[in-house]
Design a protein around this ligand. Structure first.
Ligand SMILES: [Zn+2]
Ligand SMILES: [Zn+2]
Length: 217
């Protein structure tokens, strides 16, 4: 969620525009168009898909009014009578890119490549989404470093796992009754990519917990 968009939607909701807009929309003969605008953290794939279409819905209910498609869903149908509506911070193209990015784990991270460490689990879809929701180029999570749009994130993570050096926190940080973690770091395209790994004591294997670039440009 972009701070600008959050603020914009917050203003709409707080000022009662939301309801005012809808009643006006129902009465208005010029037929507004509605968009489903994500107003909460981490919209699900379905919300992203609806939201990425822009101002295309002919009614608030078509835009999913009152339908919460996931827990904590805070998407809001927003009406517009403009021919080219703009809402600060609402970028349907960015939402579509995010939708596409989080739809599948890059094949390189599924553990089939010869170089993939035998001891490391494939990256799960849930974990992949966690990474790109926070660190994807169109991520709206504040305070997180972002991969650049021209970076192949799957390749960068793979290369860092295979060729990276143990990171600043030490290669292995064992704690008696807890998990161990490992860090790999590799400079790619002028950034240092970090991949964090952790050990699951129950399943006795390592998995990728997160991956991100540093903030340097
Ligand atoms: Zn949703
Ligand atoms: Zn939603």
């Amino acid at each position: 969620m972009l701070p600008g968009l959050e603020a914009a939607v917050d203003r709409l909701v707080k000022r009662g525009y939301r309801d005012a807009m809808w009643s006006a929309a129902q009465a208005d003969p010029t037929k507004p168009r509605f968009a489903r605008v994500p107003a909460g953290k981490e919209p699900c794939q379905f919300c992203l898909m609806l939201a990425s279409r822009g101002f295309v819905y002919t009614s608030a209910s078509a835009a999913g009014d009152h339908n919460q498609y996931h827990s904590h869903c805070a998407c809001v149908p927003v009406a517009s009578w403009e021919s080219s509506p703009l809402l600060e911070g609402y970028d349907p193209d960015a939402l579509y890119r995010q939708y596409e990015l989080r739809s599948t784990v890059p094949p390189l991270l599924l553990g089939g490549a010869a170089d993939w460490p035998q001891w490391l689990q494939p990256v799960s879809l849930e974990r992949w989404r966690h990474i790109v929701d926070d660190h994807g180029p169109d991520s709206t999570t504040p305070g997180k470093s972002k991969f650049t749009p021209d970076m192949n994130i799957g390749q960068a993570i793979f290369d860092t796992i295979v060729d990276g050096d143990p990171g600043g926190q030490g290669m292995s940080r064992w704690r008696p009754d807890d998990v161990a973690s490992r860090t790999r770091q590799l400079p790619i395209d002028g950034k240092v990519v970090t991949v964090k790994l952790a050990y699951n004591r129950d399943s006795k294997d390592w998995f990728v917990t997160t991956a991100f670039p540093d903030d340097s440009r």
